[in-house]
Every structure is written in structure tokens, then in C-alpha cells.
Design a protein around this ligand. Structure first.
Ligand SMILES: Cc1cc2nc3c(=O)[nH]c(=O)nc-3n(C[C@H](O)[C@H](O)[C@H](O)COP(=O)(O)O)c2cc1C
Ligand code: SF4
Length: 493
């Protein structure tokens, strides 16, 4: 990032209850066959609270119940894996055994929102990513030695160094990174320096080659389960660093009809949608989250995203939620033993912008992408609702975006984490009680370490009325749930 300016939080003016009642923000909107009571939306946020087997826990129920207290129009449940494979404490929906927990989750959201909040499940597929290996191990075991390695080592260090595979490995292990960059392919160097990561371009791997054959059914089966569990719809996760976003990416150069041209890159996302729709029918909302801009070298930009939006709208998607960045391609190098995290590089910053930003600042930073997509979709005659997110944190800002026709729905992740009641406080004319997110990404830092996500503004609040009973983090130091709504003594947070 070129400039680094620390931006103050924008002034917030909060509406009276009467103003909120006649606002655009608190007016209903159809998301295909369902209606949300307002244009307020809590987008997916992984809280790291599932069991190691991907099951719903009491902590998961409490987390979503707490968001439901604020009665957003829509609550999107975190990225949930569609396969029945171990994936750590992330929710999964790859088998019927997950149904009971997910049903309970839906029930809790309905109860705590008094039936007002529509609940969607974000469903995703992701490819294998491994931790950054120890150097010695990588060269002793992981790197596949080819003739070109032998030749390169022989040319540079003499034939003794290339005598046999063991000596080639030993020689490579003793090289510094600059030399290794010359001796290895870019991909091998990346596997060594960042950890192995599969790509949709890896057609030599049968399970990657076959993704177009297996994913439509996996997504459709997951969506059918979500429907059975009582969700109002699914959000197909076509964004950030995951499989479907990689198909949409300009970096997808597959030559099997599922890459290369825009049509090729869109083909699987459209086939997945049609398979899902065929399975769940037309009375269940099916939309997608995808990127308005990948913000990586050689990646898709807004012109691609507009074309995707037009194709998705024409296909019948019930909503399009526009995000930005969040890619592995430019992620910071992880330490040895850790895996790359897609929100650490420049594209990650664009996904969850902080107050330390360039001159444009983090507030509503990505709205222009949603606006461009919406304009094109409307010009083509489609009414598909467009959701925008990224640094949205006060009433006038949200209302202006809607009034300008830049988006149809306002999503706020971190502001809702800082204060899950903020929508309700706004609607009831109690804006002065809102605990405002300060956009410094303490929560994202926890996510990065796969720790239970909390907010720095409330996780040490042990004066709250529920302090004695509230669940705490494993180390006992942090409360896991935002405190109940109390009038804020200004200055005390
Ligand atoms: C802790 C955390 C977890 C997130 N997990 C997801 C996720 O599972 N799926 C997703 O699409 N976005 C995820 N996001 C991104 C948010 O949905 C949102 O797009 C981003 O934070 C920008 O919006 P904001 O400025 O309102 O926070 C996550 C964000 C945070 C802070
Ligand atoms: S931890 Fe920081 S960035 Fe995250 S929700 Fe709380 S105040 Fe906002």
C-alpha cells in the first residue's frame, strides 16, 4: 500500500425511531422468493466455534443468537464446508448428521429475532492448503526431484553436488532463498516459502481435473440439506480465496472448457447454480457472494465482475453480494508451521479495510464495485438485489448508498460484531447507545490465528450483568459473546 493514513471514524448521526421507520434501510426487500423485513444484513463471519468435526456447538448457537437479538433483515451463517472431510472447527454440511445442529441454529435465530431475521447459510468448497514446511524437511522429503534440478545443481555447483538424489537434496537445502529462486520453478519456490497450495489449474491432479464433475452435485446436496434444516436460502461462496472464486479468476487458465475465456471461467459457477436450483426449487433463496475486484496481479477486475453479475442475474440468482480481494496470491509469508492466510496482503486489506488506509479510507470503500455491477444489471432489465459491504458503519452512510442506487442492501460485518444490537438500536431511535467499531482488525487477527473471534471493545467487559455466566475463551480471559444492550456512558465504550 502506498500511503498509510490513520482515518478518524466518520461522524455518525442516528435517526429517531420515526425517521428509521420511514427510511430506506428499514424498508423490506425481496430476495427472490423470500422477503427480508429490512435492508440490513450481517454477512458471513467465521467465529471458530464449531467442534473439530464441524458440528454446531452451544457457542455457535450463542454467537448467532446474539446477532439475531439485533434483528437484522438477513443473517448469513459463516462459510460452511460442503464436503464430509475434516476441516477443523469450521461448520460443515457434507452429511445428514450435521442436520440436527443446523436445525437448532435456525431455531435459535428465529426465536431470538422474534421471527424477523432471514437466515442464510454460506456454502463453500476449498482446496488443500498446507502449512509452511521446515526447510530441511521440504528438501529432504517434499520436493520431487527432477532431471532439471540435477542439471541446475550440476551447472552451478559441479557434478559431485549432483551425484545422486540425496546430494541434490542436500545441496538445495544449503542454498539461500535468492539461489533457490533461480534453481526452483516459481511454484516449487512457493511451496517451500509459503506452503503447498492446490490451484484449480492443477489439471494433472485427478481430483482437481474432476471438480466440474463433482462440485455441482456437492453444492446441490448441501443446499438441499440447508433447506431441510430450515434455512431461508443459501449464499454460494464464490468470493475470496476459495475454489469457486478461483474458477472465476482471470488466473484460471484451465483448458478443459472451464477456464481461459470469461465464458469458460463462468461455466462452473453457472452449472453449480443450476444444479442447486434444480434441487431446491424456486421457493428457496439462492444467491452468491463474489468479488467485484480480486485486487491481485493478473486477477479479475470490475469489468469481469460486471459480466459475471449480468450472467448470474440472467440465470436467476436471487441476490448478489459483492466483496473484494481476500486472496492467497498476495498473502504475507506465514511463519514456519503456519498456513498462508488470505487476508494478510494488499487484497486482504481491501476485503476488510482498516482505519490505516490510503487517502480513500476504509469507509464504504467497496461500494463503487457494487454500484457498477448494479447499474449494469439494472440496465439489462434485471431486478436482482445487490448487497454491498466494507466499512459501513452509520445510518446516513447506509441511507445515502441506498438513495444513490449504489446497492439495495447494506451489509456490515465488523460493526455488527462490535455491537450486534446496532441495527435495533438504530431502528428504535437509540443510536446513542451504539458501540462503534474502530476498524483496527483485532477480530481479524484472532481469525488469522484460528482463535475464537471476539471484539476488543467488549471481550474484557466483566462488569456486564451477564459476566458471571457468559462463556469464555479457552484461556478464560475473553468473553465470547457481546454484553447485553445497556445505555452507554459515553467515553466508556
Ligand atoms: C472474523 C471475520 C470472519 C469472516 N469470515 C467470512 C466468511 O466466512 N465468509 C465471507 O464471505 N466473508 C467473511 N468475512 C468478511 C466479511 O463478511 C466482510 O466482507 C468484511 O469484514 C468487510 O465488511 P465490514 O467492513 O462490514 O467488516 C469475515 C470477516 C471477519 C472480520
Ligand atoms: S475487534 Fe476491532 S475491528 Fe473487530 S469488530 Fe471489534 S472494534 Fe471492530
Amino acid at each position: 500500500m502506498a500511503e498509510q493514513i490513520r482515518h478518524p471514524l466518520p461522524e455518525a448521526r442516528w435517526p429517531s425511531a420515526a425517521e428509521a421507520a420511514r427510511s430506506r434501510l428499514f424498508s423490506p426487500i425481496a430476495l427472490g422468493p423470500i422477503e427480508a423485513c429490512s435492508r440490513t444484513w450481517v454477512p458471513a463471519m467465521v467465529p471458530w466455534r464449531a467442534t473439530g468435526d464441524g458440528e454446531v456447538t452451544q457457542d455457535v448457537l450463542d454467537w448467532y443468537g446474539r446477532f439475531a437479538d439485533g434483528r437484522p433483515g438477513v443473517l448469513v451463517v459463516e462459510a460452511t464446508g460442503i464436503r464430509d472431510v475434516p476441516s477443523g472447527p469450521l461448520l460443515r454440511i457434507g452429511h445428514d448428521r450435521f442436520l440436527a445442529g443446523l436445525r437448532e441454529l435456525v431455531r435459535v435465530v428465529r426465536d431470538r429475532s422474534h421471527g424477523e431475521t432471514r437466515v442464510l447459510l454460506q456454502i463453500l468448497d476449498f482446496l488443500t492448503i498446507r502449512r509452511r514446511p521446515e526447510k530441511a524437511k521440504f528438501f529432504a522429503r517434499f520436493l520431487q526431484i527432477h532431471e532439471r534440478h540435477r542439471a541446475a545443481v550440476r551447472d552451478r555447483f559441479g557434478s559431485a553436488a549432483a551425484a545422486d538424489e540425496q546430494s541434490v537434496r542436500a545441496q538445495l537445502a544449503s542454498c539461500d532463498d535468492d539461489t533457490l529462486r533461480e534453481l526452483l520453478t516459481p511454484r516449487e519456490f512457493r511451496d517451500y516459502a509459503f506452503g503447498y497450495r492446490e490451484e484449480v489449474n492443477d489439471l494433472h491432479l485427478p481430483h482437481i481435473r474432476d471438480l466440474p464433475q463433482v462440485l455441482p452435485d456437492l453444492f446441490a446436496t448441501a443446499a438441499a440439506r440447508a433447506r431441510e434444516a430450515g434455512f431461508d436460502g443459501v449464499e454460494l461462496h464464490y468470493a475470496h480465496a476459495y475454489t469457486m472464486a478461483s474458477f472465476l479468476s482471470r488466473t484460471n487458465v484451465r483448458d478443459d472448457g472451464y477456464g481461459g475465456s470469461r465464458e469458460g471461467r463462468m461455466r462452473l459457477p453457472l452449472e453449480v447454480y443450476h444444479a442447486v436450483r434444480a434441487r431446491v426449487g424456486h421457493d428457496f433463496s439462492v444467491g452468491a457472494r463474489y468479488l467485484g475486484d480480486e485486487v491481485i496481479a493478473g486477477g479479475s477486475r470490475i469489468d469481469d465482475a460486471i459480466r459475471y453479475g449480468l450472467a448470474f442475474a440472467a440465470a436467476g440468482f436471487d441476490f448478489l453480494s459483492i466483496s473484494k480481494g481476500g486472496k492467497f496470491d498476495d498473502a504475507r509469508q506465514p511463519s514456519v508451521g503456519a498456513a498462508a492466510y488470505p487476508y494478510t496482503g494488499p487484497s486482504g486489506h481491501e476485503c476488510m479495510p482498516t482505519v490505516k488506509s490510503d487517502a480513500r479510507g476504509p469507509f464504504g470503500r467497496n461500494v463503487h464495485l457494487a454500484a457498477a455491477i448494479r447499474k449494469a444489471v439494472r440496465a439489462a432489465g434485471h431486478a436482482t438485489p445487490i448487497v454491498t459491504a466494507g466499512g459501513i458503519c452509520h445510518f446516513d452512510q447506509a441511507e445515502r448508498i441506498l438513495a444513490n442506487g449504489e446497492a439495495d442492501v447494506i451489509a456490515a460485518a465488523r460493526q455488527s460484531l462490535a455491537d450486534p444490537d446496532w441495527w435495533r438500536k438504530m431502528r428504535l431511535g437509540h443510536g446513542a447507545d451504539i458501540r462503534r467499531c474502530i476498524f483496527t482488525n483485532y477480530c481479524e487477527g484472532l481469525d488469522q490465528k484460528h482463535k475464537q473471534v471476539t471484539c476488543q471493545l467488549w471481550d474484557r467487559d466483566f462488569d456486564a450483568p451477564d459476566a458471571a455466566t457468559v462463556a469464555r475463551s479457552q484461556d478464560g480471559k475473553r468473553r465470547l459473546i457481546a454484553p447485553p444492550w445497556r445505555a452507554i456512558r459515553h467515553g466508556s465504550g
